[in-house]
Design a binder for this molecule. Sequence first.
Ligand code: MG
Ligand code: MG
Length: 264
Amino acid sequence: MIYLKTEDEIELLRQANLLVSATLAEIAKVIRPGVTTNQLDTLAETFIRDHGAEPIFKGFPNPYGSDFPASICASVNEVVVHGIPNDVPLKEGDIVSVDCGAKLNGFCGDSCYTFAVGEISEEAKRLLSVTKDALYKAIAVANAGGRLGDIGHAVQSHCEAQGYGVVREFVGHGIGHEMHEDPQVPNYGKEGSGVQLKNGMCIAIEPMITQGSRELRMLPDRWGVVTRDRKLAAHFEHTIAIHNGKADILSSFDTIEEIERQRH
Ligand code: MG
Ligand code: MG
């Protein structure tokens, strides 16, 4: 069942999402060659708890294996989603999708940003830029009276036109008291199809896009998912509310992007 949020609940969701955005901005400040994803995880968990919130990924159950052990997913290069942080130092030219979730005052924040580590290839830059553009194209059609299929179609048509793969096995989702609520929000679909979008709907939109084939394989840890052809993947995610007829973006990349501009 889709649970429509009140104005007050949307504001609480905004606070949780801005905390996640601030956490990702802390990561943006320190991410560079030599840093490990375990270091990024410790930083994220400390920052979330210092702000009176709980990391929601930590202990997340897995029907196929052990609970998720960390506060962020850190998915490097060919890892699409759910990478478990580790002690391998990041290298110049890597890309790393950092997905983060936190619960603050009973409401969940969920956002993901794919970071460049040092200088990355032109091909990697293009993948990041197309995936981020796809997210904003999807947000632009997430209006009251529209349909869920409009969102999926916006992502799919933009990315497939660039020759990229659109992951089908993992999707966006409703969000509120729980990180994953109805409805599912696929990154593919037909315009004008699916559930009607209404004021008060709060959803996470999260294109997961591959440089080559969209075929996936699960890693032996039963969490990480990689591209079968080992080409790169990117993942950007915002949580939005449909609010006064339009998408109100509750998370924010502004600080991350300011840090990236200063670095270049
Ligand atoms: Mg996420
Ligand atoms: Mg999500």
